[in-house]
Design a protein around this ligand. Structure first.
Ligand SMILES: [Zn+2]
Ligand SMILES: [Zn+2]
Length: 451
């Protein structure tokens, strides 16, 4: 275990470096934001309400009033500008030291990062379940980039290689790692899950074997999208074990729901039904990967959730011709919504002996029709992140043209506009009213137009 704890120690959050090389020359200073007069505090460096860590020891990058735009500031930062969550609704750009790498690690210049519901959740709530942000943490975990430096023992990668990064480094020696379910490793170091820093920085260090070389036909944006795609591959291919000619219902047509539809199609599912309460999402799902769509009715006043779900399931079965058994039954239900009524409806529409997979994260406590689950002998399973073989299968499906990730990237932002990307993802649409599926933030040295 010595190796494990060794790596852990070196990945602990480190204090920010002072940025002396630029101090003076460009009239930029490192000033704790709280020491600035209120009116000159770096407004576009901080989201939301008051700075809630007044005693933070971390020096914050601030722009002296009216001197240089943020983009100029970041392009002159000599080391490792990083987008840091300090507290709820409180994010800043900080200069961090360039990480040192171990012999089996690489340093990646991060080029594209997708924003995920979980990143937004940490920003607005400061926690997801038991994962609580206590110290400042760099956000972002859906990333691709260029290899910048390789450790002594790394022979498979070279500086300049374009890679997708799998953002969870596991211990490799625990029971779960050794039985091939490394996503359950208790010592996983997962990007942007407290206390570990994420990838929204110029540089990120990572074990070499978690970097997957991108074939020439794949873009760096495709590389970043490998993360949510691997979540879908894990749920549909690995946890559910979908077979060809099986029928699938996916609740929720957000990024992960859409990707579950795409994986089901790529693996040869016969019926692929998308369910969502937003009609425009269903339209997208239909032209993207679904064979059928279903828009649930609105709940009636005073109708209990379970009564609504029973009515919803009945209507759905009638409208789509779904039966309890036989060729018109549903082999696999995937919930990518986390909504209680979707979960209840899913259990009711699944066939006898069918499979139900929970991949969406929603309310922590819900009521489920447990007797229905029991008498149908449903395989009721959880799906968390991704495990062995998921990234490689995701890459293969995209490389062979079986899944097209490009239509899912709806919004692109420069590194300096990371806040906007978060706000857009949180709101579900940008100021111009365009619905967001996936927003991508470019690294500090790459233009959003350069995919
Ligand atoms: Zn994600
Ligand atoms: Zn482990």
């Amino acid at each position: 275990m010595a190796g494990t704890s060794g790596r852990r120690r070196t990945l602990e959050p480190r204090p920010s470096a002072q940025c002396e090389s630029i101090d003076g020359v460009l009239l930029l200073h490192l000033i704790p934001a709280t020491k600035l007069p209120r009116e000159s505090r770096p407004r576009h460096l901080s989201v939301g309400g008051p700075v809630s860590h007044p005693s933070s020891k971390v020096p914050l990058l601030a722009i002296l009033p009216n001197l240089l735009p943020l983009s100029t500031l970041l392009s002159t930062m000599s080391t490792n500008p990083s987008f840091v969550l300090r507290a709820v609704e409180d994010v800043v750009y900080e200069e961090r030291p360039i990480p040192d790498i171990l012999d089996d690690e690489v340093l990646v210049e991060v080029k594209k990062t997708g924003i995920c519901g979980s990143d937004v959740h940490y920003l607005v709530a400061g926690r997801i379940g038991d994962f609580i942000v206590k110290d400042p943490m760099v956000l972002g975990h859906e990333s691709s980039g260029l290899i910048s430096k390789v450790g002594k023992n790394v022979h498979t990668l070279q500086p300049g290689d374009r890679v997708a990064m799998e953002p969870g480094a596991t211990c490799r020696v625990c029971e779960d790692c050794k039985r091939g379910r490394y996503e359950l490793c208790p010592d996983i170091i997962f990007a942007a899950t407290p206390p570990y820093d994420g990838t929204l920085a110029r540089y990120y260090r990572i074990p070499a074997d978690l970097c997957y070389k991108l074939p020439a036909q794949l873009s760096l944006e495709d590389g970043a999208m490998m993360e949510p795609l691997s979540v879908a591959v894990h749920a549909v291919a690995n946890i559910a074990g979908l077979k060809t000619n099986q029928s699938v219902v996916v609740f929720g047509a957000g990024p992960v729901g859409l990707l579950c539809l795409a994986v089901a199609r790529a693996l040869g599912a016969s019926r692929i039904i998308s369910v969502d309460i937003v009609p425009s999402r269903l339209e997208f799902a239909k032209q993207y990967a679904a064979t059928e769509t279903y828009l649930p009715p609105k709940p009636e006043p005073n109708e209990s959730k379970l009564a609504y779900s029973e009515r919803n399931a009945r209507t759905m079965k009638e409208k789509l011709g779904i039966e309890e058994r036989g060729p018109k039954s549903i082999d696999l239900v995937v919930d990518a919504s986390g909504a209680e009524v979707s979960i209840q409806t899913g259990i009711i529409v699944a066939r006898r002996g069918g499979t139900y997979v929970q991949v969406g994260m929603g309310s922590a406590e819900i009521t489920i029709p447990i007797t229905t689950l029991l008498v149908k002998e449903l395989n009721f399973k959880g799906s968390f992140r991704y495990g062995p073989g998921d990234y490689p299968l995701a890459l293969a499906l995209v490389s062979q043209g079986k899944i097209d990730l490009k239509p899912l990237v709806t919004h692109r932002y420069p590194f300096t506009a990371a806040i906007e990307a978060f706000e857009t993802t949180k709101a579900g649409k940008s100021a111009d009213g365009k619905g967001v599926i996936k927003a991508i933030i470019s690294g500090p040295d790459v233009s959003p137009n350069d995919h």
